[in-house]
Design a binder for this molecule. Sequence first.
Ligand SMILES: Cc1cc2nc3c(=O)[nH]c(=O)nc-3n(C[C@H](O)[C@H](O)[C@H](O)COP(=O)(O)OP(=O)(O)OC[C@H]3O[C@@H](n4cnc5c(N)ncnc54)[C@H](O)[C@@H]3O)c2cc1C
Length: 444
Amino acid sequence: MGTQSGDADVIVIGGGIAGVAAALRLKDRGLEPLVLEAESRVGGRMTTDRVNGFVIDRGVTLLGNGFVRMRSLVRRLGLSPLVGTGSFSVGIQDAAGCRGYRSGRFEDLLFDRGISLRTRVACLRFGFDLLRHHRALVHGRSILTGSLDGEDARTYFRRIGGEEVFERIFRPGLNGPVGGSVETSSRVILMQVIWNLLVRGQWTLADGVDRIPETMASQVRVVTEARVLHVEQRPKGVQVEAEVKGKQQTLRARAVIFAIPGQLVPELCPQLPADLRELLSRTQYSRIANAAVALSNPPSVPYAGYAFTPDVVPGAEIEMEHLRAPNRCPEGAGMAGVFLWNTPEFCRLDANDESVKQQACEIVEQTFPECRGKVLFVHLVRWNIGIAQFPPGRLREMTALRKRLAAWDFPFDLCGDYLDGLSSEGALRTGEESADRMAVKLAK
Ligand SMILES: Cc1cc2nc3c(=O)[nH]c(=O)nc-3n(C[C@H](O)[C@H](O)[C@H](O)COP(=O)(O)OP(=O)(O)OC[C@H]3O[C@@H](n4cnc5c(N)ncnc54)[C@H](O)[C@@H]3O)c2cc1C
């Protein structure tokens, strides 16, 4: 095993979608990568559990029609027969009742009699802004988003006269996807999510999204249960200390790509310049839990997702998984994915597992009383590093960092969702970009 200079040309630390994408691209460019993944399987937040005949995506479930790199990889990997394109709709429950919106159907907003004329005009203005900036909203092109990254989502909607649409629709409807921080997120992040997932529509894989990173990983060298502890630049390349299946090992390569959340990088590599360590240590993720409530007999409901204003149910939303990703449950059964996060008033995630599962069941039964007595089991997944956070200005900092990395002399590079937005497509693209930069560097 290994190359002239050590165990690999490039060691990729982290086997999430960004890491495996970086490795595959390095291989395409004639280099020999080695992925070191701390867990017992690759995929990171793009993994799937299979429990009692139910297919449960732990993190990523929906892939947007705007995720063109992911889609072309799926074709390359021979996974296209698994692609399913269900339609998505969300019901928003407030004290007055439930109103529904279908993805890709802007008219549902424009002709919504429940909102004022002023708000409908603001929706038109928002739609115009989306169209005007759509090129910059595609993941991987966030380098073009600088001018949009100056204000938070709430301030933006207030400025265009859309307080009502924000408070009644986008705030409850998008709080889950952005990890509970919709008010403080940069408006560009909200626009990215709306454009790539809601306006353009979504797809997923019938058998679970983990097929994508797993198939990619089967084409490159990967060591699982390999937790990297320390990385150091040496006169000839880099040295990596890792705990591999319980044993300490030293590995050598010409370069390293860090494909792990940014805030974890500085402690692994104290040699990085102080300003870069400071920038990375400010990377933030929100905590989130995904409690999959398996139902023997799902309720007959009109929408695939249910979101709530905080007075109805704070810090939670429901995704009817058998509707948004069909063929994931045994015949006749269903699954309500309850996403839970902490709010300033309500710390849902601080409870123990049994109590979080109980909360999830109660939310399902409160929303759909006909589900009482039909819960088969609850499968709980907690993410302490869940959804990347982008307050105004953070995406601009990250795009500046990506430009800087291209001109960097160190044998190090970085990738991961925190550099491009909060989606798997952004993570994938940063992985490929980091491999391209590294290949150019190593060719010199
Ligand atoms: C609940 C939830 C739902 C989501 N839903 C969607 C969705 O529907 N659509 C979408 O596009 N995105 C979604 N996302 C976001 C998406 O999951 C991420 O953007 C993407 O998967 C991030 O990939 P990554 O490779 O950057 O990071 P990760 O997937 O976190 O990969 C990092 C990897 O590094 C490993 N690692 C960490 N430290 C070390 C170390 N010291 N040594 C070795 N390995 C290490 C970790 O084990 C992990 O496997 C969701 C996220 C969550 C949490």
